[in-house]
Design a protein around this ligand. Structure first.
Ligand code: ADP
Ligand code: MG
Length: 444
């Protein structure tokens, strides 16, 4: 099936072709015709299956007709994070370049002045995070009564982030005869309830079983202990054919410490977590995308939904606490038909988390034991690793494909890593400082 079979306009097809897409993904094939027919829709499909274009493309054609009115956005897209909101905005720019649609982005931290001005003139598309939208609504800066089309994207993330009450509240401000589209990777009961309450006679499409992990991802559990994790990781980074890797940690402190440790060991590593200000996060992401660094250590919130292409490996340095996070994390690799590898470090304490992951995904993940990680007492050097020129110090900072494949015959790393310090901080819940205008930054 081609995009031309879906009933989209010629202008839009031209923009799609120019973007390099040749064939709609399954969720796009099923969603687009229904959205064009103005039906309500529930689409459940795993991360990386192209859900964004499944609503952006038909919306561009729907909104191509009709006119804007001051203060009254014609459509509203709710996103859980600023990064995702910015990505959706970019999609509108990319595919809507032959149709002149106006758009405003309401996300935490961004200066509201220009956005409010845009709203006052009237916009076709308003993309917002729920908190910021409610804030503006309560101050009377916006009317939602002209909003005939609502998209609730990444609904399961919204749930995780506590946005469901805000979304319910927002739904009641919109005209009741609107069209509502809900997208999610999984369908936990509270999302089902939300859908029952606010969607009418929706068409439901389910591309894969909820929370099924992508078959293009080879998954492994690596049995280890907390104090050996860093060494096991370095070893895997060297042996695996790592092109680019994202390493997930459960806590911000771990992200910071691990990134520092990897850099010390000459890996081209960077970090992204909720304590960083937005410019730093974007800078780090750009470095990763441009290939300046090829290892990104990340927390869940900071990495949520980031669309970084061609990540060959995902490492869960910590087994995620929530099984849904597992699906989201490993969904960073194996995207759009490519294959990927995902390694999850498990310690004794993670037994329950792993059980939940296997229950949710309905598969048993292969367990492997790390090959060469026992720090040997007698092999310990007298001098510091730096002055002694420990094996990994000699490796170039960036892993090269051919090199990474060659099993290292070098001896076991000879120093014992300092055990990671006790984590005392809170899980990464995001960041709330000022941000520059997202639209000027590339996310795709
Ligand atoms: P989801 O929201 O389902 O997690 P996204 O909409 O972010 O997924 O898309 C994931 C990736 O797939 C993006 O890099 C996007 O550019 C790409 N993509 C989307 N649709 C297509 C398509 N029809 N053909 C090729 N790549 C696509
Ligand atoms: Mg998405």
């Amino acid at each position: 099936m081609s995009f031309a079979d879906l009933g989209l306009s010629d202008e839009l097809l031209r923009a799609v072709t120019e973007s390099g897409y040749t064939e709609p993904t399954p969720v796009q094939q099923q969603a687009i015709p229904s959205v064009l027919m103005m039906r309500d829709l529930i689409a459940i499909a795993q991360t990386g299956t192209g859900k964004t274009a499944a609503f952006v493309l038909p919306m561009i054609d729907i909104l191509g007709q009709g006119r804007t009115r001051a203060l009254m956005p014609r459509s509203l897209i709710l996103e859980p994070t600023r990064e995702l909101a910015a990505q959706v905005a970019e999609n509108f720019e990319k595919y809507g370049k032959y149709q002149k649609l106006s758009m405003a982005l309401l996300i935490g931290g961004v200066q509201m002045g220009d956005q409010v001005k845009a709203l006052e003139k009237g916009v076709d598309v308003l993309i917002a995070t729920p908190g910021r939208l409610m804030d503006l609504f309560e101050r009377g800066k916006i009317l939602l009564t002209g909003c005939d089309l609502l998209v609730i994207d990444e609904a399961d993330r919204m749930l995780d982030m506590g946005f469901i009450p805000d979304i319910e509240n927002i739904c009641t401000k919109l005209p009741s005869n609107r069209q509502t589209l809900l997208f999610s990777a999984t369908m936990p009961p509270p999302i089902k309830k939300l859908a029952d309450k606010f969607l009418s006679n929706p068409k439901t499409i389910e591309v894969a079983r909820p929370a099924t992990t992508n078959i293009n991802i080879a998954q492994f559990l690596v049995e280890t202990e907390n104090r050996k994790k860093r060494e096991v990781l370095r070893d895997l980074l060297r042996r695996e054919d790592v092109n680019t890797a994202i390493i997930f940690c459960n806590r911000k402190t771990t992200v910071r410490e691990l990134a520092t440790s990897l850099k010390r060991h000459r890996f081209a590593a960077g970090e992204i977590h909720g304590d960083m200000d937005q410019p730093s996060r974007l800078r780090e992401l750009d470095r990763f995308k441009s290939g300046d660094i090829n290892v990104l250590v990340a927390s869940d919130v900071a990495a949520r939904g980031l669309d970084v292409k061609g990540v060959s490996h995902v490492f869960n340095f910590d087994a995620p606490w929530h099984p849904d996070d597992y699906v989201h994390r490993i969904g960073r690799t194996g995207r759009a038909g490519a294959t990927g590898r995902a390694f999850t470090f498990v310690t004794k304490e993670d037994a329950e988390a792993i059980e939940n992951i296997e229950k949710l995904t309905g598969q048993t993940i292969e367990r492997i034991k790390p090959a060469k990680v026992e720090p040997t007492e007698e092999a310990r050097p007298a001098r510091s690793p730096r002055s002694a020129g420990a094996p990994e110090e000699e490796r170039p900072a960036r892993l090269r494909k051919t090199e990474a494949r060659v099993p290292s015959e070098k001896p076991v790393r000879q120093t014992r890593e300092r055990a990671p310090s006790r984590e005392v901080d809170q899980p990464d819940e995001g960041w709330n400082g000022p941000v520059p205008d997202f639209l000027s930054h590339g996310f795709n």
